[in-house]
Design a protein around this ligand. Structure first.
Ligand SMILES: Cc1cc2nc3c(=O)[nH]c(=O)nc-3n(C[C@H](O)[C@H](O)[C@H](O)COP(=O)(O)O)c2cc1C
Length: 186
């Protein structure tokens, strides 16, 4: 069983990162293999809308996203963690998701399901405010992304009222929830 954690925060060691690491600890406790991708350390461009170029679901832009496609294709479980930025996912998360247009097009327009086996997906999200609508905005994008990569939206953890770097450490019950989320995904 392979599990891929994707951190979409620019703040290394921040709340998103800490929650994702806890979830991945839970995954490891269940004996699965873990990989982690930190989107902010990758060099990749936003989608260039070259969508009619290829019919095999591959993207023509040769950058660090190529390794992300491969890792997602090969994984059984994806856990994506993002902070809320301006009421939705971070730009890092959205940029990655838009780059899956090549997969979306082949799956839904050409009706070819070429992108790997069935997976499960979980979403971890953190915000400073207490706005449920912001989580819902992010969730609807995430669900669309998960459907595109054949991942069933299985679990979520939304943490409100968390702003400064590392503040999540003051909430052991949320860290425990992240751990349990990871454990139960496997
Ligand atoms: C550019 C930016 C935009 C943000 N927008 C929101 C927002 O719309 N709503 C909110 O509740 N918090 C917002 N925040 C606060 C972050 O969601 C919050 O600080 C979160 O804990 C950051 O997670 P991190 O430590 O993983 O980066 C924003 C922060 C930044 C830097």
């Amino acid at each position: 069983m392979k599990v891929l954690g994707i951190s979409a925060s620019p703040r290394a060691g921040g709340n998103t990162d800490i929650l994702l690491d806890k979830a991945l600890e839970g995954v490891k406790a269940s004996g699965a293999r873990v990989q982690k991708v930190i989107l902010n350390t990758l060099k990749f461009s936003p989608c260039q809308e070259c969508q009619n170029t290829r019919d095999d679901g591959t993207c023509i832009v040769e950058d660090d996203m190529q390794s992300v496609y491969k890792r997602i294709e090969e994984t059984d479980i994806v856990i994506l963690a993002s902070p809320i930025f301006f009421g939705s996912l971070s730009a890092q998360a959205k940029m990655m998701i838009d780059r899956f247009q090549c997969i979306w097009r082949v799956k839904y327009m050409l009706k070819k399901d070429i992108f790997g086996r069935k997976k499960k997906g979980a979403f971890i999200c953190v915000e400073a405010s207490s706005r449920e609508d912001f989580f819902n905005n992010a969730k609807s994008i995430l669900k669309n992304f998960f459907a595109t990569i054949n991942a069933e939206y299985s679990q979520e953890l939304f943490c409100m009222g968390v702003d400064e770097k590392g503040k999540i450490l003051k909430y052991p019950h949320l860290l425990q929830k992240a751990f349990e989320l990871g454990k139960s995904m496997v």
